[in-house]
Design a protein around this ligand. Structure first.
Ligand code: NAX
Length: 310
């Protein structure tokens, strides 16, 4: 049976890479048939039509259906997984509060649609968790995830997450470069504290800006890859690997206040339940950074530091 996967912001640039990757089986497996539901706003329906044509022209064997819509009632009905990529972009001269207000409106509406139309009472897994998963990508991702969760009160908070995997992937690539190994080979600790506390952190923090400067467009291919990594690891489990995901804090781990969506190091079991990797030593430097970024979607940075010093 086909999985129904919703991707919002489907006419945007991240979705342009993400759709192909999902549709050819990178995320839910090479055997899994897919019905893709693409949501964007009404003025983008013409562009979305072109994207649908291209998806069809890829002649992908797993893709059984593509639905393009601007109607949330259609988009959120009976989904198995959702990647909420679309959000209000920050325009020149826009203050943070204006951006937040616009996004509150979007994620309030999408949370309510999830609550009302998603497959929440169907297919609970054997351990009682609901099978469907939601990752919020649109920035500020942590805040947007919190709003979305708030307006979907009948869906357990553990089914929501915010994307912070791009920071993890960027960090991993920087470390691999420093150690002179392939990305999969980053197990060895980097001993150079000065490099870690300065060049490493700032290069990961400023990577997005560096891509914009060079490409005149924000990261899209790497963002799509990170979304795919995030969802695949949640769907199939991570075994002993640690991954970064923004999830709801229970207030008992690393001193992060209860109810915040925060990026923790996690493992995910075969039953798709995540478990925070607890008990790692956090240096004063890392803790200071955590406080600095507490309200920021970049809050994962300090955790990456832990990956290295642990
Ligand atoms: P684009 O501007 O290319 O695409 C966004 C799309 O979302 C547009 O087609 C727009 O019409 C659509 N959209 C707007 N409101 C919508 C709504 N209510 N329902 C459905 N669709 C809607 O942006 P893109 O480069 O694709 O980036 C998308 C989002 O990802 C941005 O908010 C961006 O800041 C965020 N990112 C988050 C990252 C993270 O780590 N969490 C990293 C990558 C990315 O920057």
């Amino acid at each position: 049976m086909a999985l129904k996967v919703l991707i919002t912001g489907a006419a945007g640039q991240i979705a342009y890479s993400l759709l192909y990757s999902v549709a050819k089986g990178d995320v839910f497996g090479k055997e899994q048939a897919l019905s893709l539901v693409l949501l964007d706003i009404p003025p983008m329906m013409g562009v979305l039509e072109g994207v649908v044509m291209e998806l069809q022209d890829c002649a992908l064997p797993l893709l059984t259906e593509v639905v393009a819509t601007s109607d949330e009632a259609v988009a959120f009905a009976d989904i198995d997984a959702a990647m909420l990529v679309g959000a209000m972009p920050r325009r020149e001269g826009m203050e943070r509060k204006d951006l937040l207000a616009a996004n509150v409106k979007i994620f309030k509406s999408q949370g309510a649609a999830l609550d009302k139309y998603a497959k929440k009472s169907v297919k609970p897994m054997s351990h009682g968790l609901l099978s469907f998963k939601v990752v919020i990508v649109g920035n500020p991702a942590n805040t947007n995830a919190l709003i979305c969760k708030k307006y979907a009160p009948s869906i357990p908070a553990s089914n929501f997450s915010a994307l912070t995997r791009l920071d993890q992937n960027r960090a991993q690539a920087q470390l691999a470069g420093k150690l002179g190994v392939a990305v999969e080979g980053v197990y060895e600790a980097v001993q150079d504290d000065n490099w870690l506390n300065n060049e490493f952190i700032s290069s990961v923090q400023q990577r997005g800006a560096a891509v914009i400067k060079a490409r005149k467009l924000s990261s899209a291919m790497s963002a799509a890859k990170a979304i795919g990594d995030h969802m695949r690891d949640w769907w199939f489990g991570t075994q002993s690997r640690w991954v970064s995901m923004g999830i709801i804090s229970d207030g008992n781990t690393y001193g992060i206040p209860e109810g915040l969506i925060f990026s923790f190091p996690l493992t995910v079991g075969e039953d798709r339940s995540w478990k925070i990797v607890d008990g790692l030593d956090i240096s004063d430097f890392a803790r200071e950074n955590s406080n600095l970024h507490m309200n920021d979607s970049a809050s994962s940075k300090w955790i990456h530091h832990i990956f290295i010093v642990a």
